[in-house]
Design a protein. Structure first.
Length: 158
């Protein structure tokens, strides 16, 4: 059995996961159960694509519930600002970086369950997040990409 690691979550991230878990337990489970019952009512389930799809969805739903339960059980809540320490990039901090061409971006470093690229929330376990973790303002860090090694500079930490 694999060892369960601590999951660092912001309060908002924990709330989102709790809300997802609640919906999966109270709404989604019942919807999937209803789909399975409907498919059974149509007759021969051995050749029913609907039944097979519903069973696959049930397996995914139950797996996701277990995953969320594990994360929430082992969660450690961190402030959105990374415990207020602005000297180092750590989980929870917002980091402004500059690439080699001078373009600036702002990211928040979060744990993998909270990562969402569309909101510039990157995982501390991703190559990009791991490369900036522990860096200070003014530090350079490098990320291996398909186009080669990319360089970035930490402009500010919030």
């Amino acid at each position: 059995m694999s060892e369960v690691k601590t999951i660092h979550l912001t309060a908002a991230g924990k709330q989102k996961l709790e809300e997802e878990l609640l919906v999966l337990r109270t709404v989604r489970r019942q919807e999937v159960a209803d789909r399975i019952q409907q498919a059974k009512a149509y007759g021969d389930i051995s050749e029913s694509g609907e039944y097979e799809d519903a069973k696959n969805e049930q397996a995914w739903t139950e797996g996701r519930i277990r995953e969320l339960e594990q994360w929430l059980t082992h969660a450690v809540i961190i402030p959105d600002n990374g415990n207020g320490d602005k000297s180092l990039v750590r989980i929870g901090t917002r980091v402004t970086i500059r690439d080699e061409s001078g373009d600036k971006e702002i990211y928040q470093l979060v744990s993998s369950p909270e990562a969402k690229s569309s909101e510039n929330k990157i995982s501390n376990e991703s190559p990009f997040g791991a490369a900036m973790l522990g860096k200070r303002k003014g530090d350079k860090f490098f990320v291996d990409a398909p186009a080669g090694k990319l360089a970035f500079t930490i402009i500010s930490i919030e």
